[in-house]
Design a protein around this ligand. Structure first.
Ligand code: 4IA
Length: 412
């Protein structure tokens, strides 16, 4: 009898499968996309809320709503399998995983709770006057020159004058911080030519960065020493302390540098916005946040599905990687009016440029204070910022960055 029964329809015909998810074959880490990601982002958002990126066999999200939802769902979208393309369940990470970025609760929580008050606005109050004075001196020096490179001479120089001192780093080895970050952010992507070019030097550079995390080289009053003091209190272990200091050096330099490059580019492209800031220098903070949205220095991050997760009609299968396009979400016209405009009159809050949820940037107040100090001093003393040559992009698998931005600063 069973021999004559009609065949059972295959399960796949009714259960949601990957075949419900539209595919794209573009390489989001190609030079072409990295130079100008906006056309790719639009195509990604239009293809669907969840897309299979065939080239790497991973899922991608480019719309604000789904990116935001994935970022806040740490139970479904984990970080402990790595927030780059490499899946730590199957592959060995190139460096010991971060105790903040590449962990999930409960392991994530003690390091986070230790770092949060150290980098909180009230703890930074003692830095405010010092950084304002440093910015004044810095702008004095800039205005002595006809032309400057807004990347090398401003965006890189100012953070490197104030941040390593605030951490309490020795002088020795500071020149390795930017190259270290550049390789780290490349290494979140695929093993392409950008990763390849860093490989020869990264061993020595990482050793230097690790050496700067040791208790005996850190000054007694900086963020670094406060992390070690938390180990003495028993809030974290002494073995964890240097890796948490390493997070400051990993996440705190290139990010701020490229965010400042982004805000300066915003003012070059939209000179009327410089006049808005000049009229009200207290808008420096909102200008910086708008630049984090507009430029999105950290463009992308991955998560890994902890179970089959339904996303807008498709399913991300358990164990698979999802690439969240923060820069695309921050330009999604479903969420933002005229998203490609850098506009101090908009309210940029809710952007995902600092992430969202339990992993949201713990150093954002430090970055804001650096930017605010610098922009405040520039806004009061510089009448116009004029282009003095073509800006040039710096390519990185994760960061949206500038290599060079020649400008003339016209004194007020
Ligand atoms: C860490 C997301 C990015 C800014 C970042 C990079 C490194 C680390 C944290 C965040 O090493 O903890």
């Amino acid at each position: 009898m069973s021999m004559h029964a009609p065949p059972v329809p295959p399960l796949a015909a009714t259960a949601p499968t990957t075949s419900d998810v539209p595919t794209m074959d573009v390489d989001p880490f190609s030079d072409e996309v990295l130079v100008d990601p906006l056309p790719f982002h639009e195509a990604l958002r239009e293809t669907g809320p969840l897309v299979l990126l065939e080239r790497y066999g991973i899922y991608g999200m480019g719309r604000y709503e789904e990116v935001h939802a994935a970022l806040v769902d740490w139970q479904g979208f984990q970080s402990a399998a790595g927030v780059g393309l490499s899946n730590f369940r199957r592959e060995t990470p190139w460096r010991p995983p971060s105790l903040l970025l590449e962990t999930d609760p409960p392991h994530h929580d003690a390091p986070r709770h230790v770092l949060e008050p150290i980098l909180a606005p009230r703890s930074l109050r003692r830095l405010r006057e010092r950084w304002a004075a440093a910015a004044e001196t810095f702008v004095d020096e800039l205005l002595e020159r006809e032309e400057v490179d807004a990347v090398r001479d401003i965006a890189e120089t100012f953070p490197l004058r104030v941040f390593p001192d605030a951490v309490g780093l020795p002088q020795e080895g500071r020149q390795h911080l930017l190259p270290y970050g550049d390789h780290l952010f490349n290494a979140f992507g695929p093993d392409n030519h950008l990763v390849e070019k860093g490989k020869a030097r990264i061993g020595a550079i990482a050793a230097s960065v690790d050496a700067q995390c040791r208790r005996d080289v850190l000054s007694p009053d900086g963020f670094g020493a406060q992390i070690w003091a938390a180990a003495d209190r028993g809030d974290i272990t002494h073995a964890q302390a240097p890796t948490i200091v390493r997070s400051l050096l990993s996440a705190g330099v290139d990010t701020t540098v490229h965010a400042l490059g982004g805000v300066l580019q915003g003012f070059l492209r939209f000179p009327d916005q410089w006049q808005v800031l000049r009229a009200q220098p207290s808008r420096a903070r909102v200008a910086f946040d708008e630049a984090i949205r507009w430029e999105s220095p950290v463009q992308t991050f991955f998560r890994t599905a902890t179970r089959d997760i339904a996303v807008a009609g498709g399913v991300v299968p358990e164990g698979e990687k999802i690439l969240m396009f923060l820069g695309s979400a921050n330009h999604d016209p479903r969420r933002w009016h005229d998203p490609d405009r850098f506009d101090l009159d908009r309210d940029p809050s809710g952007h995902v440029g600092f992430g969202m949820g339990i992993h949201q940037c713990v150093g954002q107040h430090v970055a804001r204070l650096e930017a605010e100090s610098l922009l405040h001093a520039l806004a009061r003393r510089v009448e116009r910022i004029e282009p003095a040559g073509e800006p040039r992009r710096h390519l990185n698998n994760t960061m949206r960055a500038w290599a060079s931005m020649p400008v003339r600063l016209v004194a007020a």
